[in-house]
Design a protein around this ligand. Sequence first.
Ligand code: F6P
Length: 358
Amino acid sequence: MRMGILTGGGDCPGLNAVIRAATKTLLSQGVEVWGFKDGYRGIYLRDCQPLDRKAVSGLLHLGGTILGSNNRDNPFHFPVLAASGEIEYRDISATLLENLNSLQMQCLIAIGGDGTLSIANELCSRGGSIVGVPKTIDNDLAATDQTFGFVTAVHTATEALDKLHTTAESHHRVMILEVMGRYAGWIALWCGMAGGADVILIPEIPWQIDRVVEKIRGRQREGKPFSIIVVAEGAPAPGGKQVVREQIVGSGDPLRLGGIGEVVRILVEKETGMESRVTVLGHIQRGGSPLTTDRILATRFGVAAAELALEGRSGYMVALKGTQIVAISLKDALKPSNVHPDGQLVHAARAVGISFGD
Ligand code: F6P
């Protein structure tokens, strides 16, 4: 028996740990494992390599993905060089399914975020045999209590806040940290709470500059002439629009957010007269070794996905529910998860004096 693995979407710490765990589990059952390069593109190009024990040895602590990843190519809207020399977008899903068939892949394990998993779901409805593993630093999939990579990203952002604190205090400045998270405020909320932010601005809670200024001024009155603001890249600018850095043609989600930190900085300086600086943490949040909890979650996901594949349960995704790993239909797996404005986390943050600018 032969099975394939791919990693799709933006990378995150822990992908290699999933590849390792799934491969080891399948090999132990006598299954031949092949890794496809760069997401679904690797299936289209039949670009794959066998994964043996040696290939997955030493991967547990390694960031990134040995298989490569891709958050641009969508097989239902895939860039192909036409005879005219122009790029044309075509549906290549039938070729993908044919290739999986002719390569004798009994099942494919697709490790990815909502884009990769919704493609997996669509391919399953067209006859593909796929098991999903949810990943994203954004933690924005409702079907699983947590995605691996999230805690590591939060840790990186928290370390940045610890460093920004000392320089903010020395210079009596307002320091702003812009973090990733797409349309969800999970990274901002978690790192802001862990890193002692004074203000956290997230997409789920509409904010006003007057309330942010009120918080900064209140701190000045208490003898703290510096403040730390964490802003999620998806938090809207005043007026309600998210700030878009660029648009990626062909990507399942073409908008790349970014720039709200600078908007907040300009407003804070104008309204308070205080010097202010912005740090955009960017892709540092996606890199590096996974933390312990992410390694364990990734390993549990990898083992569970391999077991689903061995049981022939195509069309399912592994998920964390409480302390248990469960299987969820890919169809139900794609709902987004957002911070609940009235939830316990926000309540606790408010109780220790954090302002959400509302
Ligand atoms: O989904 C993960 C993520 O890092 C988001 O937090 C961010 O908005 C996006 O991907 C960045 O994408 P890219 O790597 O294409 O710039």
